[in-house]
Write a protein that binds this ligand. Structure first.
Ligand code: PLP
Length: 389
């Protein structure tokens, strides 16, 4: 099966991990700040706080921004469930803003209209979480302007988007947000096995993010309430978690991030071949906004119902039967049983639901061989030209 995504592990990566295994620290050692600095530098941002995964980093980010049981958090219905779940961990209410049918990202016009209505009902969100779906940045500047008008915080869920750019800045610079979160799961652009990171320009948020990751404990005398009665002394200031990344993971990440630009370039090259070869087949191809450079975590096509006399489901199964590991990202979060039980229904976010009915994710990763790429293209051309059913 040709896989839709796959990690790339080199000898340098293995050496970096082994070096940590031979060192004094497997966790809470020097590899963590080194990796954090590498991410901060790649993202042109002051602070980066590593976490054991992006779900934990989202939890930490929302908490650092004061989200709690009386808060309201809005995100996109087309995302991995964790974006919304992290708000539920804190007891916050979740609502969604429908997607733009072209970019599949949160629709700015919808957001603007929903904010106007929410203001009248006195139910404005405390936090909005745009998701850079497939690696294409949301249009952050207008979202940021709306945040100034209506007074909400912004976390970018950039789990798909490390190495991408928005206007003149790398995604993660937080030019138009409070915090950006990346995931380093093996299917993502670079990996630490499991892992995530939160970036911010705000030193106060950095401290909150670091506390939350490690039990709310500080060893900084300036932040303590009591007098240290010895050099062993620490204080637990807030309720925190053990959400730390290990040094083995951080060393792997620091080694991987050296190849970030090459990975993203390769992903864009493969996407361009798909674009060119699939033009004219009737398949809906990904739209690219000119003001961004996508990290191309995913190449999502739309299968119009009846193309090649096939529905999306039949097209998907035919591709799988041909040994092509297609996937679907994602079923709208509001249609998951857990969110239905909170009151959401079919029809609540129609653009998201229409997207889901057509979406198929094609294989795309830096080591996708030319033969495999050609096989995907040939199979798709055959399926779309099928007129006998
Ligand atoms: C992968 C992903 C996450 C969760 O990342 P983990 O590191 O697996 O916790 C969150 N949001 C989006 C959009 C993702 O793709």
């Amino acid at each position: 099966m040709i896989s839709y995504g796959r990690q790339d592990i080199t000898q340098a990566d293995r050496d970096a991990v082994i070096e940590v295994l031979k060192s004094d620290f497997l966790t809470q050692g020097p590899a963590i700040p080194k990796f954090e600095q590498a991410v901060a530098s790649a993202c042109n941002v002051k602070c980066a706080v590593a976490y054991c995964n992006a779900t934990a980093a989202l939890h930490g980010a929302y908490s650092a921004l004061g989200i709690g049981s009386d808060s309201l958090v809005w995100t996109s219905p087309i995302t991995f469930a964790a974006t919304a779940n992290a708000a539920r961990f804190l007891g916050a209410e979740v609502d969604f803003v429908d997607i733009n049918p072209q970019t599949y990202n949160m629709c700015i016009a919808e957001l603007s209209k929903k904010l106007e209505r929410a203001q009248k009902q006195n139910k404005l969100p405390d936090l909005v979480v745009p998701v850079h779906l497939t690696g294409q940045s949301c249009d952050m500047e207008p979202i940021w302007q709306l945040s100034k008008k209506y007074g909400f915080s912004i976390v970018e869920d950039a789990s798909h988007a490390i190495g991408g750019r928005y206007k003149d800045e790398p995604v993660g610079s937080c030019r138009f947000s409070d915090i950006t979160v990346f995931s380093f799961h093996p299917v993502k652009i670079i990996t630490t096995g499991e892992g995530g990171i939160a970036t911010t320009q705000d030193r106060k948020l950095e401290i909150k993010l670091a506390d939350f990751r490690s039990h709310g404990i500080t060893r900084d005398p300036d932040r303590m309430q009591g007098e240290p009665d010895g050099s062993w002394y620490y204080e637990m200031l807030n309720l925190g978690y053990n959400y730390r990344m290990t040094d083995m993971q951080a060393a792997l990440g620091a080694s991987q991030i050296r190849r970030l630009d090459g990975y993203v370039k390769k992903r864009n090259e493969i996407a361009e071949i798909y674009d060119k070869e699939l033009a004219g087949t009737g398949i809906i191809l990904p739209h690219r906004e000119s003001w961004q450079y996508s990290a191309f975590h995913l190449y999502v096509i739309g299968w119009p119902d009846g193309l090649g006399k096939l529905g999306r489901r039949q097209a998907f199964e035919s591709l799988r039967e041909a040994g092509i590991g297609v996937n679907v990202h994602y079923a709208p979060v509001h249609t998951q049983p857990y969110y239905r039980a909170l009151g959401f229904n079919d029809g609540d976010f129609s653009a998201a639901e229409a997207y889901y009915d057509k979406a198929i994710t094609l294989p795309l990763h830096p080591n996708l061989s030319n033969a495999d790429l050609q096989k995907v293209i040939t199979t798709l051309k055959l399926l779309t030209s099928n007129s006998s059913g």
